[in-house]
Design a protein around this ligand. Structure first.
Ligand code: C2E
Ligand code: CA
Ligand code: CA
Ligand code: CA
Length: 278
């Protein structure tokens, strides 16, 4: 028993070293990525659930790696969060996204809002308030054209600070969005503590909604609850016309998913915008 315990310890140690080395490697590369302009933004349309016309978009980060190609945020966002690199990266994303949105607006392209993901580390302290204010000022984007997406995971660890910070940002006229709603363990009071303007039904419920009565019930209950709080609802991960119809029938306000468009890089995305000539 002792021997195997020791072997286990060694194995564990080696695993840890590997993970640490790999993390350092990604961390070093990520730092370069920011300096060398390898980070880029993709935009995914969010449409009106009844008319399917474009209302806004979600901003999604991509890493154009010199050897590995386009790296998904699922691979590097966790490392960026662990290492704190998400703070400078998140700052770049927000400022870049606001500038881009204002460019579209001044070009007369119809887009009511952009929606930017915010992670937990960005909510530590009060610097998010000045970042948002600065990004709006330098881009001249009206606050009403900006939405921030937040997950339970980012809000619950330091509820009181997060609430103060978000109330201050909301007072500027920026809208707050509850992302991945229903995937965590939050109680209904979560919706009372944080005053969300919009709630996103997670794609896991949309995916199985037509076959699984439980998922359909969650989607419908989320819509009813959001509306009771005067919030709008977005259905995420909509891939089929039947899912879109069903969500619209439940009263869902907006839809997002491959059925309408994948996340697109800038030239492709703006060609989709109403008001685009040619
Ligand atoms: P998320 O915020 O839940 O973003 C939605 C994800 O669903 C995106 O994955 C999007 O490409 C994908 N998606 C959209 N439509 C469909 C569909 O019809 N079917 C399916 N199966 N998936 C769909 P993506 O772009 O890989 O991003 C993954 C996650 O990385 C995001 O999840 C978000 O948590 C994080 N992320 C992305 N960009 C940023 C960022 O700028 N900052 C932060 N903090 N996190 C980000
Ligand atoms: Ca999101
Ligand atoms: Ca989501
Ligand atoms: Ca299910």
């Amino acid at each position: 028993a002792k021997a195997s315990g020791k072997a286990c310890y060694h194995f564990y140690n080696r695993e840890m070293n590997l993970r640490a080395t790999r993390r350092l490697e990604i961390e070093r590369e990520l730092r370069h990525a920011l300096e060398r302009n390898q980070l880029t933004l993709y935009y995914q349309p969010i449409v009106n659930a009844v008319t399917a016309t474009l209302e806004g978009c979600e901003v999604l980060l991509r890493w154009q790696h010199p050897d590995r190609g386009l790296v998904s945020p699922a691979h590097f966002i966790p490392v960026a969060e662990e290492t704190g690199l998400i703070v400078p990266i998140g700052e770049w994303v927000l400022r870049q996204a606001c500038k881009q949105a204002q460019k579209w607006r001044t070009a007369g392209l119809g887009l009511n809002f952009i929606s930017v993901n915010i992670s937990a580390n960005q909510l530590r302290g009060h610097s998010l308030v000045s970042l948002v204010r600065g990004a709006l000022e330098e881009s001249q984007l009206p606050p009403g054209a900006l939405e921030l997406e937040l997950t339970e995971g980012s809000l619950l660890p330091n509820t009181l600070t997060a609430r103060d910070v978000l109330e201050e940002i909301r007072a500027m006229g920026v809208r707050l969005v509850a992302d991945d709603f229903g995937t965590g363990y939050s109680s209904l009071s979560y919706l009372k503590i944080f005053r969300f303007d919009k709630i996103k039904i997670d794609c896991q419920f949309v995916r199985d909604m037509l076959e699984d009565a439980g998922d359909a019930a969650i989607a419908r209950a989320t819509i009813a609850m959001a509306h009771a709080f005067d919030a709008k609802v977005v259905g995420e991960g909509v891939e089929t016309p039947r899912q879109a119809e069903e969500l619209a029938r439940y009263g869902c306000d907006q839809l997002q998913g491959y059925l309408f468009d994948k996340p697109l890089p800038e030239p492709e995305f703006s060609q989709r915008l109403p008001g685009q000539r040619g």
